[in-house]
Design a protein around this ligand. Structure first.
Ligand SMILES: Cc1cc2nc3c(=O)[nH]c(=O)nc-3n(C[C@H](O)[C@H](O)[C@H](O)COP(=O)(O)OP(=O)(O)OC[C@H]3O[C@@H](n4cnc5c(N)ncnc54)[C@H](O)[C@@H]3O)c2cc1C
Length: 360
């Protein structure tokens, strides 16, 4: 068996590590010059979205001997709408580095891979199919999945972010649900350190367009963040992603090709969380390759979670400013904390309820 992994991101590297644990050495191709050679950003795992798993980092270490260090635990989650604020505390999840940093998760995973990773090696799927018996498509961009008619794009999103200097708590993340700068989307702040944070707006493209240019939306967001924090933040770095595809892969495995991470359907339509499912999908592909649970079966839970998340997203998109305010007010305190720390799969229960009542 000759396995090629196309992409040294989260899913490709997790796949490589798991294959090696089972005695298979894959060949990993990465188009960039090193792992995470892109903009630097912070990402988060909000554990309630990974249920029934309560602690993703411990789960990966205990079950698969895949070791990841977050940069901080999230012990406070502040949600702000146009006029309301909810403060939720507890063991809510983790923040982690991505991209060009030493501790970025792609770097941490790459250090656990023994096989050679070929950098500056942008591969075409067709070429790899000729050279290898099995191909894992882990490019983080479902265009490849779409090119073989195996992907349905549900929507595309714009993400604009910046690294800012100021004073932050490493354990507090903030999210803004405000249509003025993130129509049908959200803004967020994730701390890199006590002095640096990542602020981002993410919203669906092409709907409910209010006529504001991206730079105007960004200016509104930036003002709001500075006002809410009571600080004059300084921007030190910026990024912009357009046309970020959110959708579903039709068949997770086609012949001897496995679609993992964003090429499967790891990005949750509700709030864009995709890291943990991406890592799991890489692991599941490796296990199928080594005679374990068939990939299509193993990834059913990821598929179902995507569907559940989409149901809730559709409801979220219908909320106007007043309804968002009421939601945030309701979440403040014990009610929201229970929701974020419950051991139950809130996404599954809520989406079932919405389907059952005919609301969605
Ligand atoms: C700005 C932003 C913020 C996000 N925030 C969060 C968050 O807070 N929490 C969360 O859970 N998720 C978040 N996500 C989503 C998460 O980052 C992805 O779901 C996850 O990284 C997908 O992993 P992957 O393995 O599919 O792709 P990636 O980790 O992106 O890796 C893909 C790799 O393939 C390489 N590649 C591409 N084409 C080729 C080719 N032809 N040949 C060889 N190599 C190739 C790329 O260079 C890259 O290194 C965010 C995404 C973005 C863009």
């Amino acid at each position: 068996m000759k396995v090629a992994i196309m992409g040294a991101g989260l899913s490709g590297l997790a796949c490589a590590i798991r294959l090696e644990q089972m005695g298979v050495s894959p060949t990993v191709f990465e188009k960039r010059s090193c792992p995470g050679d892109r903009f630097a950003n912070m990402e988060a795992l909000i554990s309630v979205f990974s249920r029934p798993i309560r602690d993703e980092i411990a789960f990966l270490a205990d079950r698969y001997q895949i070791y990841l260090q977050p940069s901080s635990n999230i012990s406070e989650f502040v949600i702000r709408s146009a006029n309301e604020k909810a403060v939720l505390t507890g063991n809510l999840g983790f923040c982690n580095h991505r991209g060009r940093q030493e501790d970025a998760w792609e770097n941490q995973l790459a250090r656990q891979v023994k096989s050679k990773i070929h950098f500056h090696a942008e591969q075409s799927y067709e070429h790899l199919l000729k050279e290898f018996t099995h191909v894992v498509v882990a490019t983080g961009d479902p265009s490849y999945t779409a090119a073989v008619h195996n992907f349905r794009t549900d929507f595309t999103a714009t993400l604009k972010g910046a690294t800012v200097e100021g004073e932050f708590s490493r354990y507090r993340v903030i999210s803004w649900l405000d249509d003025r700068f993130a129509p049908k989307g959200y803004g967020y702040l994730l701390p890199f350190t006590e002095k640096l944070a990542n602020i981002v707006i993410a919203f669906r493209e092409g709907v409910n367009d209010d006529g504001l240019e991206l730079k105007e939306k960004w200016a509104l967001f930036f003002d709001r963040v500075c006002t809410d924090l009571g600080q004059d933040l300084q921007v030190t770095d910026q990024f912009e992603v357009n046309g970020y595809k959110v959708g579903q892969c039709r068949r997770a495995r086609v012949g001897n090709t496995f679609f993992t991470g964003n090429c499967l359907d790891s990005v949750m339509p509700l709030f864009g969380f995709g890291q943990f499912p991406a890592i799991l999908s890489g692991i599941y592909a490796a296990e199928d390759l080594c005679g374990g649970t068939p990939y299509i079966e193993a990834t059913r839970a990821i598929h179902a979670s995507y569907d559940n998340s989409m149901v809730i997203r559709k409801l979220y998109e219908r909320l106007d400013t007043g309804q968002k305010d009421r939601l945030v007010k309701m979440l403040n305190g014990k009610m929201g904390e229970k929701l974020l720390t419950t051991r139950f799969d809130v996404l599954k229960i809520a989406s079932r309820l919405l389907r059952w009542t005919g609301i969605q």
